[in-house]
Design a protein around this ligand. Structure first.
Ligand code: FMN
Length: 347
């Protein structure tokens, strides 16, 4: 018997606004939670001080349920030889942009969930925590459960979903191949295992007893209804919020989404080292979608972030990750509250 979704989310609507690191902060989460969905605060690229600041911002603005999201990848060691090869591959772009590679920069800004983070957030007793790239260690899971928190995480195969349930997840997000941003893959990095949302959803519903949340390509009320009719207990929607007024999506990113002629997306590893879906830009075309020279996650992002900054200054999106799902039909420059109501009621 599956737990009722209300016990997990505690909200009026079975809808989670997908956490989207880099394009939103607590403002979007507050707007969605106040509108009756679950707003999410992505913490994967924040410092501990910033995470605490965001939790306080949500707590002071709203008493509605919200979700805190973390990455829980196993950091791969920084490998100077691999990094050097990657730098050589990207050198022509630095030359073109009149910039130099900063080789002293060795820290990419993506930290996995840790005891230090748990120490900092424990007193706030966050009730819903979502993870990407698996689950944290058993003792960290126990700490979250110890303060009464529920845990959900993304699965991109039925095998990953079963693993998540066996390791303590209270719900599983079925992340279809259409989804924008990083693929939550953690048992295998083989892209041929990845399925579209409807196929994956059916397989995951069969594989687990916990509630299943459908994600990927859900852009309007018909999509929400279809996912629920297929047996999802809730939906998680990201791309549809990318243009909304509360998102911090950059102008270059917004322009690429609005420009339908070029909003074709693909999965690439060249921005972080892990596969993620974004709008195809010059870097993806020229460096290749999946480049084997890309160092381990997240070290690939070190030089790419430098290129991104130079590219941005020139007003070009050539080296900017334009994370976006395949279905941009739900994107509009409305408030998050309007988008949430459109998704839930089709208003
Ligand atoms: C710009 C962007 C950033 C994302 N960042 C995160 C993140 O930080 N953590 C996470 O768990 N998922 C992240 N995702 C993936 C979403 O959780 C979700 O799987 C996806 O948005 C659902 O598909 P859709 O974009 O088609 O709605 C991101 C997605 C996008 C579009």
């Amino acid at each position: 018997m599956k737990e009722h979704i209300f016990n997990l989310l505690g909200t009026q609507y079975p809808l989670i606004q997908a956490p989207m690191a880099g394009v939103q902060d607590s403002k979007l989460a507050i707007a969605v939670s106040e509108a009756g969905g679950v707003g999410s605060v992505p913490c994967g690229m924040l410092s501990i001080e910033q995470i605490v600041h965001e939790i306080k911002a949500v707590d002071s603005a709203s008493n509605k349920p919200f979700n805190l999201n973390f990455f829980c990848h196993k950091p791969e060691p920084y490998d100077p030889t691999r990094q050097n090869k990657w730098q050589k591959r990207l050198q022509p772009y630095f030359t073109e942009l009149g910039a130099e590679i900063d080789s002293n920069d060795k820290q990419a800004s993506r930290m996995p969930f840790s005891h230090d983070i748990a120490d900092a957030i424990e007193s706030f007793k966050p009730q819903l925590i979502s993870f990407h790239f698996g689950l944290p260690s058993k003792d960290l899971m126990q700490r979250i459960k110890g303060w009464g928190g529920k845990v959900i995480s993304s699965a991109t195969t039925a095998g990953e979903a079963a693993w998540l349930e066996a390791n303590g997840a209270d719900g599983v997000i079925a992340q279809g191949l259409e989804a924008g941003g990083h693929r939550g893959m953690f048992l295998s990095m083989d892209l041929s295992t990845q399925q579209r949302m409807t196929t994956l959803l059916a397989q995951i519903i069969d594989a687990v007893t916990v509630p299943v949340i459908a994600a990927g390509g859900i852009a309007n009320n018909s999509d929400v209804k279809a996912a629920l009719a297929l047996g999802a207990s809730a939906v998680q929607v990201g791309t549809a919020y990318l243009l909304c007024t509360e998102a911090t999506t950059s102008d270059l990113h917004r322009d690429a989404i609005k420009n339908r002629e070029r909003s074709e997306t693909a999965v690439t590893n060249i921005f972080s080292g892990k596969p993620a879906r974004g709008i195809i830009n010059r870097a993806m075309k020229e460096v290749g979608l999946m480049n084997e020279l890309a160092p381990g996650f997240p070290h690939t992002a070190i030089e790419m972030s430098q290129l991104r900054r130079h590219s941005k200054k020139l007003g070009r999106d050539d080296f900017i990750p334009l994370w976006c799902g395949q279905n941009t039909q739900g994107c509009s420059e409305a408030s998050a509250s309007v988008i949430t109501k459109q998704l839930v009621y089709g208003l």
